[in-house]
Design a protein. Sequence first.
Length: 87
Amino acid sequence: MCKIVAAVALPGDGKTVIVEYGMPGYYDVQTRLTPEEFNAAKGITPEIAEAFLVGSMFGWDVPGAHLARKYVQDASYKQRKSERDMG
């Protein structure tokens, strides 16, 4: 399974960083895109991005991260379905 990431603006300084689903913390990123532009290309809404941020900060099992988990489950299902349809 591929890594699923979202771009978020850090609270406080607004710096754009990347959050990987299931992992604590974030990765620095050099981009001219805003988090909204980066995420729009991946079908990630601002609410889902916020859930990624919450999960990276407080754990992926907290209620605030549930929307991120649903997004990942839906993406995994679509990928498996696409692979079945092609094979």
